[in-house]
Design a protein around this ligand. Structure first.
Ligand code: TRP
Ligand code: SF4
Length: 538
C-alpha cells in the first residue's frame, strides 16, 4: 500500500528552526540528518544509499507477528534489527527504548513511537520510555516548569496506549543516577572533534548541550546495564546520527575486539577479504608444500591485477597485503580468531586465555585461537568481560518510521496547530482538523470517479494507514483500493476519518484520565523543582 516513493512531501514532527550549535546540513542536500534541525526528508531512498540505513522489508519476514506499522511500510528502515527479531523469535532477552523531548504536546506522530515501544514490550521485551528533559532544557531552552507539564502529558499518553509500567521502566534523564554514571563513562570515549563532525557543534555550542548528547548515548545503552542484550531504539531517521555514535561508543567500551585473522599480523578489512578468498582457492600442492604459507600467497599475488581475482579489491590493497605476506615469509596462512586487547584489565586478559578451548597463542596485545568460530569467540569475549566488571555491550539496533505529512500539506509541525493532531486536542477539534485537511482528491467528483484519487499523496489516507485502521489491514486496503479505483469520494472519506479520529481522541483521553492515579504512584516525578535559566548559545 505505501510504496517506497509514496511520501514526497517533507514531513517532520520537528518545528524548531533554532540553531543550537549549527547543523550538519550546511552545504549538504536535504537528506542531511540533523537531530535538532527541522528535518526535511524528501527522499527516503537516499537514506539507504548515503547513510547505510537498511530497508525494513529485508527483515520483515524474520519478525514474528509484525506490527501493522511494519507491515504497511511506515517503519521503513533499520540498523541491525536482526538480532532483536531473533531474540524475539527464540524467547531470548531483548529490550526496547525510546525517549521524548518534552517540548510541546504529544501528538499523533509521537503515537507511532509509543506504539512501537508498547508492541515490543508485548512481544516480551524489557521496555523503557524516557523523558529527555536535559536535552529539552539545554538544546531547546525549555524552562523546568514547561518540561514538567509536558513530561506528564507524554507519560500519560504512553500509559494510556498500553505501556505496562510494572514490567517496564519510565524515567527522566535528570533523575536517574545510574544513567548519569554511565553517561560519564561513555563521555570518556568520545571527544569534541567527533561532535563537531557529527553534529556540527562548534566553539559556541553550550556545554550542557554536549552533556545532553552523552546522556542520550547512555539512554541508548541503559537497558544493557543488567546484562548485555539486543536493544532496539525506535525513532525517526533524524536520530540516526545518535544511533551511529551510540553503536561506536558501545564498541569502544568493550574489553576485547574480536576479529578473524589468517596469520600473526593484522590485516585491514579489505586485505582480510582478499586473503580469505585466496585461502579458499589456493592449493599448497601448487607450491610443493603441505601448508599454504604467507610467502606462497605473496608469490601468487605478484603481478596479479584486481580483475583477475574473484573478490572485489583494489590494486593498493593487493600490494599492501603482499608486503605483509612477504614479511611473514614461511609462516603458515592459517585462519584463526583474534582477541585484541582494547580495554581489558590484566585479570580479564589472563582469564580469557584460560577460558579459550583448543589451540591458542598468546601475544602481548592479543590472543589467537585456532579452534573457535567467530560467533563462539565473540560470546566468550563478552562473558569474560562481564565477569570482570565490563559492560559487554551489544551494539544497539534501531528502526525508523516515516514522518507524517501535515494535514495542511507540507510538513507536520507542532508550531502549526492545523497541521497536526495533538493527543490532547478536544475530540471535536480533531474531527474538524480532519474535515479541513488537504487530500489527494481530484478537482471534481466526476474526475475522481474517472481517474481515482491519489491516496499515495493524501494526508487523510496516511491517517488511515498510520492510525485509524489500527491492526485492520483489510480496512486500510479497502480505503486505498476504493480511493484509487474512484469509488471513494473525499467528502465521505474525510467524514469517516474525522469520526474515527474523534472516537480515538475521546477514548484516548478517557484512558489518560484513568492513568493519572497510576502515574502519581510511579517512581517518576513530574515536579522536578529544578531551577535554571535559558542556556547560552551563539
Ligand atoms: N533526542 C531525542 C529527540 O529529539 C530524544 C531522546 C533522548 C531519545 N534520549 C533518547 C530518543 C534515547 C531515543 C533514544 O526526540
Ligand atoms: Fe484521500 Fe480519501 Fe480523497 Fe482518497 S478519497 S484522496 S484517501 S480523502
Amino acid at each position: 500500500m505505501i510504496r517506497d516513493d509514496d511520501i514526497e512531501t517533507d514531513a517532520s514532527v520537528r518545528e524548531d528552526a533554532r540553531t543550537d550549535g549549527g547543523t550538519s546540513a550546511e552545504g549538504a542536500d536535504d537528506v542531511a540528518l540533523d537531530p535538532w534541525g527541522s528535518s526535511t526528508i524528501s527522499d527516503y531512498r537516499k537514506l539507504f544509499e548515503e547513510f547505510g540505513i537498511e530497508e525494513f522489508d529485508e527483515v520483515l519476514s524474520d519478525v514474528p507477528n509484525p506490527h501493522y506499522l511494519m507491515r504497511r511500510g511506515v517503519i521503513f528502515g533499520h540498523r541491525d534489527y536482526r538480532p532483536v527479531a531473533e531474540a524475539m523469535r527464540d524467547g531470548d532477552p531483548f529490550a526496547v527504548l525510546s525517549g521524548f523531548m518534552p517540548t510541546g504536546d504529544p501528538h499523533i506522530g509521537h503515537k507511532l513511537v509509543f506504539d512501537e515501544i508498547i508492541w515490543h514490550q508485548q512481544q516480551g521485551g524489557d521496555a523503557y520510555g524516557l523523558i529527555a528533559d536535559l536535552e529539552a532544557h539545554s538544546a531547546r531552552g525549555m524552562t523546568w516548569e514547561e518540561i514538567d507539564k509536558h513530561a506528564r502529558d507524554y507519560l500519560l499518553s504512553l500509559l494510556a496506549l498500553g505501556f505496562d509500567p510494572e514490567e517496564g521502566e519510565l524515567y527522566r534523564q535528570s533523575d536517574n543516577r545510574q544513567l548519569q554514571d554511565l553517561s560519564f563513562e561513555l563521555g570518556s570515549k568520545a571527544n569534541f572533534s567527533e561532535f563537531e563532525a557529527i553534529y556540527g557543534f562548534d566553539s559556541g555550542t553550550n556545554v550542557s548541550h554536549l552533556q545532553s548528547v552523552v546522556t542520550q548515548m547512555a539512554d541508548i545503552l541503559y537497558p544493557q546495564l543488567d546484562e548485555p542484550k539486543p536493544t532496539v531504539i525506535p525513532v525517526g531517521p533524524d536520530q540516526d546520527p545518535h544511533v551511529r555514535l551510540a553503536r561506536d561508543l558501545a564498541a569502544r567500551m568493550r574489553f576485547f575486539k574480536v576479529t578473524e585473522a589468517y596469520a600473526s599480523f593484522e590485516l585491514t578489512d579489505a586485505e582480510r577479504d582478499l586473503v580469505a578468498s585466496l585461502y579458499e582457492t589456493l592449493d599448497p600442492a601448487d607450491f610443493d608444500d603441505d601448508d599454504l604459507r604467507c610467502v606462497h600467497v605473496a608469490q601468487f599475488l605478484d603481478g596479479v591485477t584486481p580483475e583477475e581475482l574473484d573478490v572485489v579489491v583494489d590494486a593498493e590493497t593487493i600490494s599492501s597485503a603482499q608486503t605483509k605476506l612477504n614479511e611473514a615469509g614461511m609462516e603458515p596462512l592459517r585462519p584463526r580468531v583474534r582477541f585484541l586487547d582494547a580495554n581489558a584489565t590484566d585479570e580479564a586478559f589472563d582469564a580469557l586465555v584460560e577460558a579459550i578451548d583448543g589451540e591458542k597463542r598468546r601475544y602481548d596485545e592479543h590472543i589467537d585461537a585456532f579452534d573457535l568460530s567467530f560467533e563462539a569467540a565473540d560470546e566468550l569475549a563478552r562473558e569474560v568481560e562481564v565477569e570482570h566488571g565490563g559492560y559487554g555491550f551489544v551494539a544497539p539496533s534501531s528502526i525508523y518510521h516515516r514522518f507524517m505529512t501535515g494535514l495542511t500539506g507540507g510538513k507536520m509541525s507542532s508550531s502549526i496547530p492545523a497541521s497536526h493532531i495533538s493527543l490532547l486536542d478536544d475530540p471535536e477539534d480533531g474531527y474538524n482538523k480532519v474535515k479541513s485537511a488537504t487530500t489527494g482528491g481530484r478537482e471534481t467528483a466526476e474526475k475522481q470517479r474517472e481517474l481515482g484519487g491519489e491516496a499515495d499523496k493524501c494526508p487523510v489516507y496516511e491517517l488511515y494507514a498510520y492510525l485509524l485502521s489500527g491492526d485492520d489491514d483489510e480496512f486500510a486496503k479497502e480505503v486505498y483500493d476504493e480511493c484509487v479505483g474512484g469509488e471513494r469520494l473525499c467528502g465521505g472519506c474525510k467524514e469517516q476519518a474525522a469520526e474515527l479520529m474523534r472516537a480515538f481522541l475521546e477514548d484516548h483521553q478517557e484512558k489518560r484520565e484513568e492513568m493519572e492515579e497510576l502515574l502519581d504512584d510511579l517512581d517518576i516525578s513530574t515536579d522536578s523543582q529544578r531551577r535554571g535559566v535559558a542556556p547560552s548559545d551563539d
